[in-house]
Design a binder for this molecule. Sequence first.
Ligand code: HEC
Ligand code: HEC
Length: 220
Amino acid sequence: MSFNNKHWILGLICLSLNFSAVAQGDAEIGKLKTMGCMGCHGPTGNSFLPNFPALAGQPAGYIVKQIQDFKAANRYNATMSGFALGINDADLEHIGAFYASQIKTPIMKNIAHLKTEAEKTALLTLGKKLYDYGNADTGQAACFVCHGKNGDALVDLDVPILANQHPQYLISTLKEFKNRKRTNDNERVMRRIVDTMSAEEIEAVAYYSSYLVPTLEEKK
Ligand code: HEC
Ligand code: HEC
């Protein structure tokens, strides 16, 4: 990686991360406020259906930012935007604290469309390469720099956890960064990255990320 590239990434890290000082919410209060969320995100934030992102273990600040972004129409989803509007601002930090305190359980990784073991290995190998090293030819930054080697780091800076997330959701949201349906990433940090990626690369890195095992539970 050239010096310029490193410089660019360091700059992006500083600009894009969410340094918002989220006050400590109360997870017990938060739990009560998430009764209406369970149907889709699961009682502990471990959702069952692949189009509903798992929220368990996400940094509180990331959860709060996303709900604020949905409320302000900086992020739009036909299903989620309406629910966000119903969330009281005073409850946001509690909801964030509740999901952050939950343990993310392994999810079903539906790769039934890959017929052979060789196809699966090839996909995960490409994903790991892009995740750990980026792509020198296209200038794609390595994901681990911000999302952590195990898909769970930089939690203090509110970067979302990718480990054990539904791959279908990861693919869909990465595609939305690319086609500009999702534009709420500070300093276009994710848009710049996915712009350099092919559909095949997005799929590979999404499956690889979802196979990562978070170590957060051990750190707690
Ligand atoms: C009817 C189903 C449904 C309900 C109920 C629902 N959500 Fe969601 N939620 C979604 C979907 C679908 C998405 C993914 C949106 C997208 O792809 O942009 C989402 C996304 C989110 C995200 C962003 C996750 C990420 O990784 O970026 C947060 C945070 C969230 N929901 C919180 C909540 C909270 C809190 C409630 C309850 C007050 C709630 N949701 C209720 C369907 C639902
Ligand atoms: C320079 C730091 C940085 C790098 C490098 C980076 N990301 Fe991100 N990523 C972020 C930040 C910050 C967000 C949160 C954006 C927001 O506020 O919505 C994010 C969001 C995401 C999301 C949305 C998660 C969710 O729950 O909705 C996915 C998926 C993602 N990144 C995947 C990747 C992949 C795959 C790579 C490598 C190809 C990568 N990122 C590289 C900083 C980075």
